[in-house]
Ligand binder design. Structure first.
Ligand SMILES: Nc1ncnc2c1ncn2[C@@H]1O[C@H](COP(=O)(O)OP(=O)(O)O)[C@@H](O)[C@H]1O
Ligand SMILES: [Mg+2]
Length: 165
């Protein structure tokens, strides 16, 4: 797993902390080893790594500590909505529902993974807009290096795709 990418430290007290946490599902093989994790209030944080490296496990651990709401992948949401809705529309609805709960922290586990490339980019911007407007803490998990990079780059002031207003 790549190191946790830190996007922007805004201010305020941490909303979620893991300190020296290891995790094993079967008591033999460690899935996570000595993980430190901190998320400040209002912080947007991407976790990028290949499939099976433990990203969802981290989210579940955070979720246990601060259970507010988890935005699951499109596959888990898909069956709630008419098939006629495009993937992007469905994700918009899912984001809207998530915000309706006014959660302190948004845990997003590969939420745009099933979308086509263009819609994925648009939804990424939508999420950034929501993050900017509502100042939620966000942990955004993806196996897609480009997507994780795109999610954090605008806030680091590096050259990145322009953000539409
Ligand atoms: N409920 C579970 N029981 C046993 N092993 C699991 C369970 N969930 C995940 N694992 C294993 O833990 C490792 C990390 O899984 P996961 O956190 O889902 O990775 P990622 O989200 O990065 O793909 C994988 O080897 C996976 O097979
Ligand atoms: Mg996963």
């Amino acid at each position: 797993m790549l190191p946790v990418n830190e996007a922007a430290r805004v201010s305020g007290a941490p909303t979620a902390i893991l300190s020296h946490v290891s995790m094993s599902y079967d008591g033999r093989r460690e899935v996570l080893h000595d993980i430190d994790f901190m998320l400040d209030q209002g912080e947007f944080l991407s976790i990028v790594g290949p499939s099976g490296c433990g990203k969802s496990t981290i989210l579940r651990l955070i979720g246990r500590i601060k259970v507010l709401l988890e935005l699951l992948g499109l596959s888990e949401f898909g069956h709630y909505y008419p098939r006629a809705l495009s993937g992007g529309m469905r994700q918009r609805v899912a984001l809207g529902r998530l915000l309706a709960y006014d959660p302190e922290i948004m845990l997003m586990d590969e939420p745009f993974g099933a979308l086509d490339a263009q819609t994925k980019i648009l939804m990424g911007y939508e999420l950034l807009r929501i993050w900017t407007d509502y100042r939620k803490s966000v942990v955004f998990v993806t196996h897609d290096i480009e997507e994780g990079d795109r999610a954090i780059r605008p806030h680091l002031g590096h050259d990145g795709p322009a953000r539409p207003d």
